[in-house]
Ligand binder design. Sequence first.
Ligand SMILES: NC(=O)c1ccc[n+]([C@@H]2O[C@H](COP(=O)([O-])OP(=O)(O)OC[C@H]3O[C@@H](n4cnc5c(N)ncnc54)[C@H](OP(=O)(O)O)[C@@H]3O)[C@@H](O)[C@H]2O)c1
Length: 337
Amino acid sequence: METVNPSLVPQRKLNNGMIIPGIGMGTFGNDRFTSEEVADAVYGAIRAGYRLFDGAAAYGNEKAIGEVYARAFADGIVQRQDLTIMTKVWNDMHGKGDVLVACAQSLRDLQLDYVDIYMVHWPFPNYHAPGAHLTGRNPDAVPFTVEEYMTVWRQMERLVDLGLVRAIGMSNMTITKLEQVLPLCRIKPAVLEVEINPTFQQPKLFEYCKAHDILPIAYSPMGSPCRPERDTEEGDVVTFEMPELVEIAKAHHCHPATICVKWAVQRGHVPIPFSIYENEYVGNLKCTTEDFLTEEEMEILRKADKNARLIKGKVFLWEDAKDWRDIWDGEDAWNVL
Ligand SMILES: NC(=O)c1ccc[n+]([C@@H]2O[C@H](COP(=O)([O-])OP(=O)(O)OC[C@H]3O[C@@H](n4cnc5c(N)ncnc54)[C@H](OP(=O)(O)O)[C@@H]3O)[C@@H](O)[C@H]2O)c1
């Protein structure tokens, strides 16, 4: 297997002083792959030189992934402190006392003493079963409220106090929501995990994060070509087919996926591409260490933003919501510079 020296991979500093890799691997694959297939890829990725992994209780594969972490430590490939392991509390564990239980369950499944970065997966308690299809709205679904969110965040802060997590983060937030909760946080989020790819660059949110010293983690950095059907709509932009991306990929003799990764890392957000295929995940890591994009290419890609959200979150809609844009506070209409 081709390997990449982790010390050559760009690093990022969090607002609590932690240093983390500038690229990681995603692990949401259970709509298409078994937990074991995803876990095997995690093991391969550790061997290849990945040191950052994104997970979630909701992905349903933490037990299988925990086994490969334990194996990687036992095999002496890495030590625990070499890895940055991220996971998230799911929407059905937002109640008082729930977050500690959820974190304990993830620690148990992952066979760890602590998680490096623990995130709130979505900013409301709207639950859907794994692999759910879109059949009407859940009558129990509710919109975001500051009170509900801060109930969760206070528990997240206590996890830091207890030493069970090194840093805490948010996911799927908007500027509108951050404006309401950031002033109330005793411990500010170190990261914000949101969709960012060349077709949906979220420049305002990106700048907002920079100004507040929050590191953006980019989910679906390739434009999630294999995302669940519930998140597709007719007319969705196909990231890999963007002419600007295709053109730059040709010039670098690589797949457009490689350009998505290079663009992300050079812009300064942390992509967490998913793939179980060795050639893809090794390539995604290796490309961050060589053959960089020029300033001109970065500018072409910046201008190519289509402001087209792919992961819409429709499955979380509450009854009174107009459409999925309500989940994002209508910001897609103005999240451009
Ligand atoms: N916080 C959240 O709410 C949230 C939401 C969504 C995702 N995430 C996280 O973000 C991670 C990544 O997002 P994602 O899985 O939606 O989408 P993604 O990483 O944008 O796309 C993954 C797909 O891209 C293709 N790909 C990857 N590397 C490639 C390469 N080098 N060449 C060609 N194709 C390549 C693969 O297709 P093939 O399999 O066909 O090769 C793979 O299935 C997830 O695994 C998860 O950890 C978080």
